[in-house]
Design a protein around this ligand. Structure first.
Ligand code: NZQ
Ligand code: ZN
Length: 395
């Protein structure tokens, strides 16, 4: 196999204004970071924060502030629930949002930060029309991260689900970086292993989406990405053990943030087709976000073996020490290692492991993508027919 031509580093802009406050006991810093006159809406999920001490730490830190609470944001934040929160933001003249949770609560909060200023009648249009939120056009917000996985605590993207229409759509914009995020690795103590595994797989997939493209001269970015992948591989067994290890937790937490805070993707092409297809599996079957990625990724990389051959071989060699000479074999061995890695943390990599009703799924997703006119991938060559085949390969 002839190696492909190397492209120069792409032009880029980089601005990430989120302040990170990282470490043990830092939740109390909330009182110093939020403006004293803020009218705060504190948003959280299904109640885990009430059982693990995080709620107490946050409310204690905010004792002197004007705080209204909104709990019950579900995993895969649901539009209809968020619309209830939007009513409160308007009726209570809220000026500041505080998300206390994982990606779902943070993403829901980002949507609210932009929906609060939206002039149209139907805020769902923000997502269907992909209306970007610009700086100065959103409510200010901050986060207390309780679950490392998505990187949402330091990026400006969000993903919202709507059961009524079986949609899961993403959006974002420069106005949606959190003002600050508090990251205390101790919060990881109470996270169920299933969610830890999800966090590992999600962060790992984020790096793959930005890495497994075509070769560029951006060698620093490539090494950063490889180091996050290797770190996650090394940390995974420690994170899945029952005993809490602060140092492993701290490294894991920072890996997840670095995997999707925008830094590693600067100057390189990115893919994100795995996420686009994965979101459809969550919309159709309710499968956890990270697990949908582990289902789609191996098929996606096998389907695109020729397009991605250089990076697949580099991944096999640098991340897994595979020394095979023949490029296709080497790439395939790398993909097998990736699959075994997901399985080693208890994440099955076939759709049929999650549902018996998978027949017809690929056709449905093909149809949805056709309707949306979506063409995916770093080479803009993944059309709805390719999507059909990739999803079928993942059954
Ligand atoms: O709701 P509670 O009771 O808080 O329980 C949550 C939830 O059930 C629980 N949990 C969180 N912190 C905990 C805890 N349980 C015990 N102890 C703690 N400290 O974990 C469950 C899952 O939480 P969730 O926030 O849904 O998980 P995650 O952080 O994986 O977020 C997934 C969502 O983020 C989106 C996904 O699509 C999905 O909707 N993503 C957001 C991205 C972004 N904004 O950049 C990128 C990602 O690719 C992803 O698409
Ligand atoms: Zn993800």
């Amino acid at each position: 196999m002839k190696l492909q031509k190397i492209t120069s580093m792409l032009n880029f802009e980089f601005k990430n204004p989120t302040k990170i406050i990282f470490g043990k006991g830092e939740i109390q810093r909330l009182s110093k970071e939020i403006p004293a006159n803020a009218k705060i809406l504190m948003l959280y999920g299904g109640g885990s924060i009430k059982n693990n001490g995080i709620y107490q730490q946050v409310t204690q830190a905010l004792a002197e502030f004007d705080v209204t609470e909104f709990g019950g944001i579900p995993a895969n934040p649901e539009y209809s629930v968020l619309m209830e929160a939007l009513k409160i933001i308007k009726s209570e003249n809220i000026t500041y949002l505080l998300a206390v949770g994982g990606g779902s609560v943070i993403d829901g909060t980002k949507f609210l930060a932009t929906a609060a200023h939206y002039k149209g009648n139907e805020p769902w249009d923000i997502l269907t029309h992909r209306i970007r939120a610009m700086e100065g056009e959103t409510l200010p917000f901050a986060t207390v991260l309780t679950l490392p996985a998505t990187g949402s605590e330091m990026n400006s993207g969000y993903v919202i689900s709507r059961k009524e229409t079986q949609e899961k759509l993403s959006c974002g914009g420069p106005g949606l970086f959190p003002q600050f995020s508090i990251m205390d690795p101790e919060v990881i103590k109470s996270i169920p292993k299933r969610q830890i595994a999800n966090g590992i797989a999600d962060a790992y997939s984020h790096v793959l989406e930005q890495y497994m493209t075509y070769k560029t001269s951006a060698s620093l970015q490539e090494r950063w990405m490889e180091s996050i992948l290797i770190s996650l591989q090394e940390l995974a067994p420690k994170m899945m053990e029952s005993e809490f290890d602060y140092d492993a937790a701290a490294n894991f937490m920072w890996c997840c943030t670095m995997a999707l805070n925008g830094l590693i993707s600067k100057g390189v092409p990115t893919d994100w087709a795995v996420h686009s297809m994965g979101h459809e599996l969550t919309a159709l079957y309710g499968i956890d976000h990270a697990r949908t990625l582990a289902i789609i990724a191996p098929s996606h990389y096998r389907f695109n073996l020729d397009n991605k051959i250089d990076k697949l071989c580099q991944y096999a060699e640098r991340v897994w020490n595979i020394s095979e000479e023949e490029a296709h074999k080497k790439a395939e061995l790398g993909i097998q290692k990736m699959e075994t890695f997901f399985q080693s943390i208890g994440i099955p990599t076939r759709l049929s492991n999650y549902t018996e009703n998978y027949e017809g799924c690929a056709e449905k997703i093909q149809h949805t993508f056709e309707e949306r006119n979506w063409i995916l991938g770093e080479r803009k060559n993944i059309d709805s027919n390719a999507v059909l085949q990739i999803v079928k390969m993942s059954y």
